[in-house]
Ligand binder design. Structure first.
Ligand SMILES: [Zn+2]
Length: 104
């Protein structure tokens, strides 16, 4: 974690630490935390809203929401916390959408 602190400082970004425990089973879109939400080969599939996301991106999004809570679909940047840059996974293409592609 030392290198993260250093990298953040270098770019003027505050590094906040959040425990990743229990972030992988909760849906970052609707908050559903059904343990049976499908996780296979790195994919998170929500049984409630059918979100399909990379497991780690879904977990990172959950952490981001814990640290900077605000309504969905708004720009949550407060100017000092790095945002998750990639968080949607396209089931058909098998590729990630960048933030730019997600906001359409
Ligand atoms: Zn969901």
């Amino acid at each position: 974690m030392k290198s993260l602190d250093y990298k953040g400082e270098e770019r003027g970004i505050e590094v906040l630490k959040e425990n990743e425990w229990d972030t992988s089973s909760t849906c970052s879109r609707c908050g559903d935390d059904t343990k049976s939400n499908h996780v296979e080969r790195g994919l998170y599939v929500c049984s409630s809203c059918e979100l399909v996301a990379n497991v780690d991106c879904n977990g990172a999004e959950n952490m981001c929401q814990k640290i900077t809570p605000s309504p969905h679909s708004e720009d949550r940047s407060n100017g000092c916390v790095a945002q998750t840059s990639t968080y949607m996974f396209n089931r058909e293409s098998g590729a990630f959408h960048t933030r730019e592609q997600v906001v359409s």
